[in-house]
Design a protein. Sequence first.
Length: 52
Amino acid sequence: MEITVTLTEKELKFLQRMAEELGNFRKRQESIEGAVHECINMAMFDEAEESV
């Protein structure tokens, strides 16, 4: 599924930094899309933790 999202400059810079940090941690190139997926995965994990 493709979704188009409009980001603020602040949000874009955050995702760019996150992608860079993920890439350094995983020793590979990460994209902004990868950073978005990581944010969603973390949010889903946090949500599941609260319901336990």
